[in-house]
Write a protein that binds this ligand. Structure first.
Ligand code: GLN
Length: 239
């Protein structure tokens, strides 16, 4: 019988800007291309998380849209924190990344509470950080994407950045690092969508989910030549 993975997609209507839904498409296709089954459990505000799931995804959103999401996340905090502490793979993009931290201090809407999945905190700046981004990541090599955020994110000591910024702003324009890796969770400002141009990250998250199901469930390699070409072109784009 095919192994069926469940990916929780948090707030797909409110938190999905700059093509973040493409990350879900990428994860689902990369499982299906390997003959594995995948269910995407979309969870909106007021809806409960499924009892069992293999991965968590949340996209980005405007400050205004983050207000309702921040409120609702408080009802899901315990289950989400426990899952990531237990090693469940998670990917949070931009506004979702911010609300997975301690709080996001928005310039227009005050302090929006986060849920502390990631040991980070975000405060809006007067700079709108927009443009193409190229990172050098110890874990994943060169990563590419697009950013558009006012929030500057600070990592606490027990967190490590996703990568060093070669082009773009990242977490904070003064520090030249971007994103966070905490346990098997990844937070990043990279839209684009992020995973289709950085398939090595998609497979990293999927392999963790597979191994949590069964130690001998090894994901077969895929031909990522097209994705690699897209990433190379993206690297050359001006900021
Ligand atoms: N509203 C947040 C900010 O401006 C996040 C934006 C986003 O998700 N692209 O920092």
């Amino acid at each position: 019988m095919k192994t069926k993975f469940t990916i929780v997609h948090l707030y797909p209507k409110r938190m999905n800007i700059y093509g973040d839904y493409g990350n879900i498409i990428c994860l689902r296709k990369r499982l299906q291309w390997r003959g594995l089954d995948c269910e995407v459990a979309e969870v909106e505000a007021g809806e409960a998380l499924p009892k069992n799931f293999d991965m968590i995804f949340i996209g980005g959103g405007q400050d205004r849209g983050q207000i309702r999401v921040a409120e609702d996340l408080q009802h899901k905090k315990h289950q989400l924190v426990e899952a990531v502490e237990d090693g469940l793979p998670a990917l949070a993009i931009c506004g979702g990344y911010q609300l997975f931290g301690d709080y996001f201090l928005s310039s227009d809407y005050g302090q929006l509470p986060g849920i502390g999945v990631f040991p980070v905190v975000t405060k809006a700046t007067q700079t709108r950080m927009i443009g193409n981004v190229v990172l050098q990541s110890q874990a994943f090599g060169t990563l590419v994407g697009f950013e558009n955020h006012s929030g500057a994110t600070e990592l606490y000591d027990n967190a490590r950045p996703l990568g060093k910024v070669n082009k773009g702003y990242g977490n904070d324009p003064t520090k030249k690092f971007e994103g966070v890796i905490y346990n098997n969770g990844i937070g990043t400002y990279l839209h684009g969508s992020f995973l289709p141009k950085n398939p090595q990250v998609a497979d990293h998250l999927l392999q963790i989910a597979a191994t949590r199901r069964s130690n001998d469930l090894e994901l077969s390699p895929l031909d990522d030549s097209l994705a690699k070409k897209a990433a190379l072109i993206a690297q050359k784009r001006p900021q």
